[in-house]
Write a protein that binds this ligand. Structure first.
Ligand SMILES: Cc1cc2nc3c(=O)[nH]c(=O)nc-3n(C[C@H](O)[C@H](O)[C@H](O)COP(=O)(O)OP(=O)(O)OC[C@H]3O[C@@H](n4cnc5c(N)ncnc54)[C@H](O)[C@@H]3O)c2cc1C
Length: 533
């Protein structure tokens, strides 16, 4: 079967591409997704991600190699129409000018702030209205967590005492700032990439969407990508692309697909039994990931949200209230307050992201996949360096899609990351010691006040912290021969093949990267259409 464009993966980037490339009825577009449908109400309810983000029905897990004192993390990724945007925490975080201008300055023309802010303005439908950085009328509904909540207000007042500006739109400046989180949530419902870009255009006759279709290999005629080999419901099918094959499988799967298809480091490929098509040494390398440290506190003098979530009858009551009003605790993601701050006073801009919520759990964080909310009131503060510099890797171990990869996290490898983790944790505790939040703290329950030295804070961060779910860099763009893709996201060494997903970012755009990935794909679609016109 023949198409103009074949897109591999219906996640943040893949849904944007499917929408934009099929706008012209002359383009026949095929979108292939390994996972299944997103048509379940639990996907739409924001707090539903407590249940879905580790559910094998909606996700795939990548186990890391042991690190620290033997910790192994399971990195969960969305495997469904909508990809990780169907199970993620919905924080709408965009980064700021230096994050993108530095990509452009490194030799990637066209990827500076002007491009990204233009894309953000096009894709947003922001509840706060249009501004010089925000958009309205676009496909992605954005709202700010509501209504105000007393413990969160106390936390923000305390943060204000250490110089954090209280801001309504946390994406509207690069100040040290605190406020209620902006999320891709509209009318109390998750706006996944599928809801925003795919479902509204699914009836286009030139767009074919196939779920349960895992691409095993890119097919080549010499050095030209001509199509893909797919496993669909137990049958192997080949699809051909007249124009291009576009890989949007996410930063863990895309490098593995490239390697299985013969593009990667020759030694890695040979040891996995794969014939080399292109020597590309950085496929699967330069993996960046956040690693969060949680602090939990038992609380006095206020209830927070624990009571509403900790037992079945209260959950039913909270759920019913949500169904009627579509606001309150069920209507936003993991944390309702977000903060950007300088852990290191010498930093020229915020270097750390902090998340706060008046919830405490038996597990270390809200994204650890074992969420059991405590009975008694509590609160939680999570922090990580915005732009970690440690790099890890992901590689195939065999030539089949079912072979488990080797994932090396290398968390906290660099002095930069270790220093910021220690300083970030100390500053978080300093906020919790300011009034009015200090009056609500009964006790620090995790890691506990015994953890005071730099070594103890680092040991806790490494062994009891958690992944940020923001992996990128594994097919990073750049101007050099050994960069996996060039600035037009074309895979070096072959024709007709691009990578368009989070894996092409060379470094973290300051925090969560769903919005940056959608903006990147928005611009990439333009490049693809230009190059094929
Ligand atoms: C639990 C969790 C919480 C997160 N929270 C946030 C948050 O609050 N805010 C934020 O900004 N970001 C968050 N993220 C990160 C964000 O969701 C990702 O950065 C973003 O989705 C990346 O987009 P992508 O297109 O690169 O990949 P994805 O959205 O992961 O999409 C990749 C898609 O490709 C499919 N695929 C992979 N390989 C193949 C193949 N061989 N054949 C066919 N299909 C394939 C996958 O099944 C998947 O559907 C979170 C992620 C997770 C997992």
């Amino acid at each position: 079967m023949n198409f103009d464009y074949i897109i591999v993966g219906a996640g943040a980037a893949g849904c944007v591409l499917a929408n934009r490339l099929s706008e012209d009825p002359a383009n026949q577009v095929l979108l292939l997704e390994a996972g299944g449908s997103d048509r379940s109400p639990v996907i739409l309810v924001p707090k539903g991600f407590y249940f879905t983000m580790t559910d094998p029905k909606y996700t795939k897990k990548f186990a890391t190699q042991p690190f620290g004192t033997g910790s192994v993390e399971q990195w969960s990724r969305g495997r469904m129409i909508g990809g990780s945007t169907g199970v993620n925490g919905m924080v709408w975080n965009r980064g700021w000018k230096p994050d993108y201008d530095s990509i452009e300055a490194a030799g990637n023309p066209g990827w500076g702030w002007d491009t990204f802010v233009g894309a953000y303005k096009s894709i947003e439908d922001h509840a706060l209205g249009a501004s010089n950085t925000r958009g309205v009328g676009g496909p992605v509904g954005i709202s700010v967590a509501s209504p105000p909540e007393e413990v969160s207000e106390a936390f923000m007042d305390a943060a204000g005492k250490l110089g954090m500006n209280r801001e309504d739109d946390l994406n509207g400046s690069d100040n040290e700032r605190v406020g209620y989180v902006s999320s891709n949530i509209a009318n109390g419902l998750r706006v996944s990439a599928a809801e925003a870009y795919l479902h509204p255009v699914r009836q286009r006759p030139n767009l074919t969407v196939l779920s349960h279709s895992e691409v095993g290999y890119v097919l080549f005629d010499g050095k030209r990508a001509t199509g893909v080999r797919v496993e669909r419901k137990g049958v192997t099918v080949d699809y051909s692309a007249r124009k291009e094959v576009l890989l949007a499988g996410g930063s863990l799967d895309t490098p593995l697909l490239l390697e299985r298809s013969g593009i990667g480091d020759p030694d890695q490929l040979r040891s996995a039994g794969v014939k080399v098509v292109v020597d590309s040494p950085n496929v699967g390398e330069r993996l960046h990931e956040h690693h969060g440290t949680s602090f939990q506190f038992s609380m006095q003098g206020a209830d927070g949200y624990n009571k509403q979530l900790s037992n079945v009858s209260r959950q039913v009551l909270t759920g019913t209230k949500y169904l009627m009003q579509r606001d309150g605790v069920m209507s936003f993601g993991g944390y309702n307050v977000l903060m950007y701050y300088k852990s290191d006073p010498k930093s020229d801009r915020p270097d750390t992201q902090g998340f706060f919520t008046p919830i405490s759990t038996a597990a270390a964080s809200l994204t650890s996949g074992k969420v059991k909310v405590d009975k008694n009131p509590g609160m939680m503060f999570l922090t990580y360096p915005l732009r970690p510099t440690s790099t890890g890797s992901i590689h195939i171990t065999g030539n089949l899609p079912s072979n488990k990869p080797t994932v090396i996290a290398n968390f906290l490898e660099t002095e930069h990351d270790r220093r910021l983790v220690v300083l970030g944790a100390r500053k978080g505790r300093e906020i919790m010691a300011q009034s009015p939040i200090s009056r609500l703290v009964r006790e620090e329950t995790l890691p506990g006040t015994d953890y005071t030295t730099d070594e103890q804070i680092l040991e806790n961060a490494l062994n009891r912290g958690g992944t940020g779910y923001h992996t990128l860099g594994t097919c990073a763009m750049g101007p050099n021969d050994d960069d996996v893709v060039d600035a037009r996201l074309r895979v070096r060494g072959v024709e007709g093949l691009r990578v368009v997903d989070a894996s092409v970012f060379p470094h973290m755009p300051s925090g969560n990267n769903n919005a940056p990935t959608q903006a990147l794909a928005w611009h990439a679609a333009q490049l693809i259409l230009e190059d094929n016109s």
